[in-house]
Design a protein around this ligand. Structure first.
Ligand SMILES: [Zn+2]
Length: 412
């Protein structure tokens, strides 16, 4: 369902024509920038009818829109175009037209799941906090909220319950089958190492556990999950793009109908930093496979990291260079270091009206001339893909812990 509404911006008094497409989410917090002055206009629709507006007021009008005012299409579930108003060409119709009905069903199923799951953010935070602190309460919450039984207070069982909860909450953010595929790969690689290089492999795991590297990395990953769930609104259109081949061709700009760039730039930065440390695990295993010693990197002259510990300090963008002939393939798009650096060093600007982020990746002193740009939509897409990569490597952390607790079994 859609309805048309004319608004008057309270800041500059410009009249704006909006077509609001309704989602099935019980609360729909919509946000867009006034197309003239850029001030935020926020519309919250609750229970599909109650409307609260900030930054603008409703103006009576006789339809249809005739193009005499700036126009904005709005839908929280899809990317929407910046195009002019055309009657009948709603964001929903256009979206289904782009990906086909079958794909739309998959997208819609994920959104329906999120419509329930987003209310669990606080519960999830509690479970993650209790995981390392109070096994009884942790187990109780897992059972009550997600129907997961904690079999015992052994670390391996705590992990089992935790990872089952994560799987239940975060499947809508994944591509179907993706997690199973990555766990299969880890089991195969670790099985090979166990059979052929057991001693070396266990040295590697022991170092990861005894230095608390693995535990700290797990903890940092866990802190990301509630933030991802909290951001589900802004991820909805990014999830849609899983199916949108037109988007892949890179020719179209899309609008996001909620929030803005400033809300998510830290999330992207934090995920990138975790990815950089997760690559240490990939590197250690790669060295084991290729050279039988997790500390031995391929000799590339002076820049060769002396050991795994030194490799941890190598800049994110440089790490893949030391992963020779690697068993694990990582999306080069995710490894893009320029945006991360620009955001980390506050060299990124955001235009609310066009939703374009401009960033300055090169070091050039005071003059910031050579810029790159992307839409906020593209940024959320990048953040989603980075999260997926983090989640995929988090499965590796899970598998390494399983090996440590179940096969290596330090208490035996
Ligand atoms: Zn305005």
């Amino acid at each position: 369902m859609n309805f048309n509404q004319r608004f008057r911006c309270l800041t500059c008094e410009t009249l704006i024509d909006a077509r609001l497409g309704m989602s099935n989410r019980d609360v729909q917090p919509i946000r867009f920038a006034c197309l003239s002055c850029g001030e935020a206009i926020e519309i919250t629709i609750s229970d599909y009818e109650r409307i609260k507006i900030k930054g603008a007021e409703r103006v009576p009008f006789k339809g249809p829109f005739d193009g005499s005012h700036p126009f904005v299409d709005i839908h929280i579930d899809f990317p929407v175009s910046f195009d002019k108003y055309v009657m009948g060409q709603t964001p929903f119709m256009k979206a289904v037209g782009r990906i086909g009905h079958e794909n739309y069903q998959v997208h819609n199923f994920r959104l329906e799941s999120l419509n329930h799951l987003y209310k669990k953010v606080d519960v999830l935070k509690r479970i993650i906090r209790l995981y390392g602190k109070n096994a009884d309460l942790f187990g109780k919450l897992c059972k009550k909220e997600f129907d997961e039984n904690l079999r015992s207070k052994d670390q391996k069982d705590l992990n089992l319950a935790l990872y089952c909860v994560l799987a239940k909450v975060f499947f809508p953010f994944a591509m179907p089958g993706e997690n199973a595929d990555s766990v299969d790969l880890y089991m195969r690689i670790m099985g090979d190492l166990h059979n052929n290089k057991k001693e070396e492999f266990e040295e590697f795991i022991k170092e990861l556990v005894e230095t608390k590297f693995l535990k700290n990395l797990q903890k940092d990953c866990l802190e990301i999950y509630p933030q991802i769930l909290s951001a589900e609104l802004a991820f909805r259109p990014a999830l849609f793009l899983d199916f949108d081949e037109e988007y892949e061709s890179g020719l179209v700009g899309f609008r996001v109908s909620v929030d803005d760039f400033q809300t998510y730039k830290d999330l992207y930065k934090d995920i990138s930093e975790i990815l950089s440390r997760q690559l240490v695990l990939v590197g250690g295993i790669n060295n084991l496979i290729n050279r039988g010693d997790h500390n031995e990197f391929k000799d590339v002259g002076k820049q060769t990291p002396k050991n795994m510990n030194k490799f941890a300090d190598v800049a994110f963008g440089q790490k893949s260079f030391h992963l020779d002939d690697c068993w694990y393939s990582i999306d080069s798009d995710v490894l893009d270091n320029q945006l991360r650096n620009s955001i980390a060093h506050y060299k990124a600007e955001y235009d609310e009206i066009s939703q374009i982020i401009t960033y300055y990746p090169r070091k050039e002193g005071i003059k910031q001339e050579k810029s790159e740009s992307m839409y906020f939509m593209d940024f959320m897409r990048k953040t989603l893909l980075s999260y997926r990569e983090m989640h995929r490597m988090h499965q590796l952390i899970k598998c390494l812990f399983n090996y440590y607790y179940i096969i290596y079994n330090p208490s035996a």
